[in-house]
Design a protein around this ligand. Structure first.
Ligand SMILES: O=P(O)(O)OC[C@H]1O[C@H](OP(=O)(O)OP(=O)(O)O)[C@H](O)[C@@H]1O
Ligand SMILES: Nc1nc2[nH]cnc2c(=O)[nH]1
Length: 180
């Protein structure tokens, strides 16, 4: 792994593929242990989470379902700011154990808007799994039940995370080289 260029920016290696996979296996083991017998429904939020969700789901050893959704932002009718709408969420969540799969919780805005909508359906449990979070960037505090890595407030690329559409296919995570 060495410094790479994507569009006009340079990125340096930050978390290698082996370390990522080892941590995801640990998370999957903890979830499998905690949610045995609950037939949880995993909800992966596209696009960024597709790679994490696929790996995580392979490592689970319990019966579980998965659904992939996309969040679309639109302006509310009143001055409530942006509202998110889930596209592709067909399952009834009432009484179910639901586990959100995110690649990153950054400011927390996305989940702070989306989780209340899910709570409204009265799931039995609503848990959050995120591969990454940036504590220094968090403006809307989110409780993350299963966390891969806490990282500094720097832009990341790879393993699902893009820079202007590119870099999602990298099997490891890179960090932006600032002022390069
Ligand atoms: O905590 P926040 O500040 O809200 O940021 C987190 C969100 O940002 C990323 O998605 P993004 O909007 O980049 O879309 P993408 O997954 O399609 O790339 C990520 O997948 C989260 O959904
Ligand atoms: N690619 C990318 N997308 C994000 N969305 C929220 N934080 C990030 C980040 O650090 N990198």
């Amino acid at each position: 792994m060495s410094v790479i260029q994507v569009h006009d920016k340079q990125f340096t290696p930050y978390i290698n593929a082996d370390k990522l996979q080892a941590r995801i296996q640990e998370l999957a083991a903890a979830i499998s242990n905690d949610l045995k017998g609950e037939k949880p429904l995993f909800i992966a939020i596209l696009n960024g989470s597709f790679m994490f969700a696929a790996d995580m789901f392979k490592y689970l050893t319990i019966e579980a379902e998965i659904s992939f959704i996309k969040l679309a932002s639109y302006k509310g009718m009143k001055s409530t700011g942006n509202v998110v709408q889930a596209i592709g969420l067909d399952e009834d969540l009432f009484g179910r154990t639901v586990v959100i799969l995110e690649d990153i919780v950054d400011t927390g805005k996305t989940l702070s808007q989306f989780l209340p909508q899910l709570e409204h359906q009265q799931p039995k449990k609503l848990l959050v799994t995120s591969l990454l979070t940036k504590p220094e960037a968090m403006k809307f505090p989110i409780k993350i039940d299963y966390l891969g890595f806490s990282v500094p407030n720097k832009f990341l690329l790879g393993y699902g995370l893009d820079y202007d559409g590119l870099g999602r296919n990298l099997p490891e995570i890179y960090q932006l080289v600032e002022n390069a």
